[in-house]
Ligand binder design. Structure first.
Ligand code: ZN
Length: 437
């Protein structure tokens, strides 16, 4: 067995070090042992025994970090498990994912958090950072023991899938969160305006005869939570922004010093409500795909940093559930294995720079999570959580996926850009485009 890996001639994109240059990198004993910009054949004579990997034409980046993954375990193992979901993550170039709390039982106590951590360690595909629920049972009535979960490593709390709609309770959660220096992630959606919704409310929903959820249902919670964050000084994170108005409010709040971060999904960057004309339930997501003007605003917000991170909202559902009538099918799509290609589409179109793409997929989400082991800088001594991808590889997304589910609107779509190798703590989880296990 080789003593480490020598990645030769890759284009290192390392936003944490503001670096974009051709390098050769030696990985050994779980860490980056050396980074050599000259690409010389022999890094100080240290490479003896390392397996050389030709990375000509490939991008080397810090491993991706997903702030928003539904791993479904415990309780939803027919749709995804921690093992299958993290394997899908590795294939997507991820070395860390933040696992949402809406499992069965809900991750609203330390025992469930510890169970997810143990399953992730057994699987060994990437680090999993469990999200703790804000309210017990996601019921929106009483706060969880945030401190107990924080002492088990929880950095982000969220009732995702549900909005914490009670303003008084959200204020209390924000005040409580400050004691533990954790982040509250909100699924912004006013429930009173989104009963029985099927898609974005607008001309297309009227045409298709489907009940709509207006952008305002998201925007009023974004607005409210920005005010509560101003009031409390808490750190808030806005999940899966979908509307132009939300982007504008977050941009304004940041300029006024409110401690807010935000994410956007690959599917909201790619698709619009117009894609629902065939009633394909893979396009039914929560929040819904909105108008082209909204998609444009999301891309601009991502490019200028108003939206900090790309997060997949990877939401596996069983085929028999997605094959139901449109109004009966659950919302959500998987995303870990196609996220990079969706973001690179914007790079290929000249809408996003490659360093900004890597920053939004890795560096910034790692900082939001509060981990120094992901997101770079890629330098000697750093934990070797790395992704190598071919930005120009053409492929078509087709099932089967590593995910146990196949509810993806990207199926059949021509994509450009794919992960070639993923190194998790110095060990390849994906090699030559294939999962190692
Ligand atoms: Zn959500």
């Amino acid at each position: 067995m080789a003593d480490g890996f020598l990645l030769r001639g890759a284009r290192l994109i390392d936003p944490a070090a503001e670096r974009d240059e051709q390098v050769t990198v030696l990985i050994r004993d779980g860490v980056v042992a050396a980074v050599d910009p000259t690409g010389a054949a022999d890094i100080g004579g240290a490479i003896g025994g390392a397996e050389t990997i030709d990375c000509d034409g490939l991008v080397l980046a810090p491993g991706f970090v997903d702030l928003h993954t539904h791993l479904r375990e415990p309780g939803g193992e027919d749709r995804e498990t921690v093992a299958s979901g993290t394997r899908a993550a590795a294939l997507g170039g991820y070395t860390a994912v933040s696992a949402m709390a809406n499992t069965e039982p809900v991750a609203d106590n330390a025992a469930v958090i510890q169970e997810v951590l143990a399953l992730a360690a057994d699987a060994g595909f990437c680090d999993v950072y469990p999200v703790g629920a804000i309210t017990k049972g996601l019921a929106g009535e009483s706060l969880t023991e945030m401190g107990e979960m924080a002492s088990n490593g929880v950095r982000i709390f969220s009732d995702d899938g549900h909005c914490v709609s009670n303003a008084r309770l959200m204020r209390m959660a924000m005040e409580y969160s400050r004691a533990f220096d954790v982040v509250l992630a909100q699924h912004a959606q006013e429930p009173a305006l989104t009963e029985d919704w099927q898609m974005h409310e607008g001309p297309t929903s009227w045409l298709l005869g489907l009940a709509g959820a207006p952008s305002e249902a998201e925007e009023m919670i974004v607005s409210r939570d920005l005010m509560l964050a101003r009031l409390t000084g808490a750190r808030i994170h806005m999940c899966h922004l979908s509307s132009k108005g939300s982007v504008e409010m977050v941009r304004g709040a940041k300029s006024r010093g409110i401690r807010v971060t935000a994410e956007v999904t690959p599917h909201h960057l790619t698709f619009t409500d117009g894609d629902l004309v065939d009633y394909d339930t893979n396009f039914k997501v929560n929040p819904p795909l909105r108008s082209e003007a909204d998609r444009e605003a999301l891309i601009e917000g991502l490019a200028d940093g108003t939206i900090d991170a790309v997060a997949t909202d990877h939401a596996p559902h069983a085929a028999q559930d997605k094959e139901k009538e449109f109004d009966q099918a659950p919302p959500g799509m998987i995303g870990l294995e196609t996220a990079l290609a969706a973001v690179l589409a914007l790079v290929h179109e000249g809408r996003l720079t490659m360093p900004r793409a890597v920053e939004a997929l890795s560096t910034v989400p790692a900082r939001i999570l509060g981990t120094a082991e992901h997101g770079g800088p890629v330098q000697a001594g750093a934990v070797a959580n790395l992704t190598v991808f071919d930005p120009n590889a053409d492929w078509v997304a087709e099932p089967p996926f590593a995910s146990l589910s196949a509810n993806s609107a990207f199926i059949g779509r021509a994509l450009k850009g794919r992960v070639v190798h993923t190194f998790y703590r110095g060990v390849p989880t994906v090699f030559g485009g294939k999962a190692v296990r």
